[in-house]
Design a protein around this ligand. Structure first.
Ligand code: ADP
Ligand code: MG
Length: 281
């Protein structure tokens, strides 16, 4: 393989042997993941399986205990890296939109551009307008967040992230806080981004979105990747019992509420571990 071939094959996002604990709670237990440029990967898995922690480690909102994270060839886990510069290449969208309620939509978009990127007022306003149009909300430029529906607020949050010019976008259950009839507009924006070639990791339980838009689906449980493959395989023909069980609960949520059944959390089946070095008498 020539040097050029190697460079072309370098994934946009590479996660190697990632571990993260909170106290005694071992949340990520060796995650390996490669995401190519322009690839869309949907991450699914039970509550508590470490999906949010994984995304937060990818942009170093959480510091991993062990392992490496590379984005666009830059190692974010390198102690000498300019983490602010590296983080600017990564846009993140949360379940809660986190807009400033006292600022107009435009000001929500221009503030981070001016503060973080040092753009002029005019330039930030131009980029804000461009990205509001992209998410179909040009006419809401002067509105305050409270005057918008949840779906519109989430599209503003996406436009705010896009205005920073990210190379990759991370979405953490972006439609989970929305009324069902508002989900479609947000998914449509994400579908457009995928079509435009954005590299995306999307934690979501919108299975029709995952089937249509994702190049790959990753199923996580208990802090590890259980299955990683084409949507038709992971969703349509899962190889592991844990994946099948999770998907059947998702399709029929009433099952998860049956008394006596273990709850679908990452804690189930976690090996019991003694804290070593505890001087017990
Ligand atoms: N900042 C934190 N401090 C302590 N525990 C945390 C923190 N963030 C997440 N956890 C714990 O890590 C586990 C995995 O959480 P999370 O990554 O949010 O899972 P998921 O997004 O799959 O529901 C949970 O047990 C959660 O309580
Ligand atoms: Mg989560």
């Amino acid at each position: 393989m020539s040097r050029q071939d190697t460079a072309a094959a370098e994934p946009e996002i590479r996660v190697e042997g990632l571990y993260k604990s909170f106290g005694a709670n071992e949340v990520l237990r060796g995650i390996d993941l490669e995401i190519g440029r322009g690839e869309v990967v949907c991450v699914i898995g039970p509550s508590g399986s470490g999906k949010s922690t994984l995304l937060r480690c990818v942009n170093l909102l959480e510091e991993p205990d062990r392992g490496r994270v590379l984005v666009g060839g830059t190692e974010l886990t390198d102690p000498d890296v300019d983490i602010d510069a590296a983080r600017r290449r990564i846009g993140m969208v949360f379940q809660q939109f986190n807009l400033f309620p006292h600022l107009t939509v435009t000001a929500n978009l221009t503030l981070p551009q001016r503060r973080v990127l040092g753009r002029s007022r005019a330039e930030a306003a131009r980029v804000a307008a461009e990205n509001l149009a992209r998410v179909g909300l040009a006419e809401k430029a002067d509105a305050y967040p409270a005057a918008l529906s949840g779906g519109q607020q989430q599209r503003v949050a996406i436009a705010r992230a896009l205005a920073m010019g990210p190379e990759v976008m991370l979405f953490d259950e972006p439609t989970s806080a929305l009324d069902p009839e508002l989900v479609g507009d947000v998914l449509a924006v994400m579908r457009m981004l995928a079509r435009d070639g954005m590299t995306m990791i999307v934690v979501t339980h919108e299975m029709s979105f995952a089937r249509e838009v994702a190049d790959r689906v990753v199923f996580m449980d208990g802090g590890v990747v259980v299955e990683d493959g084409a949507p038709a395989d992971v969703i349509g023909a899962p190889r592991h019992a844990r994946t099948r069980d999770f998907l059947s609960r998702l399709l029929d949520p009433a099952r998860a509420a049956l008394p006596g059944e273990p709850e679908a959390t990452g804690e189930a089946g976690e090996p019991e571990k003694e804290a070593d070095g505890a001087a017990a008498g």
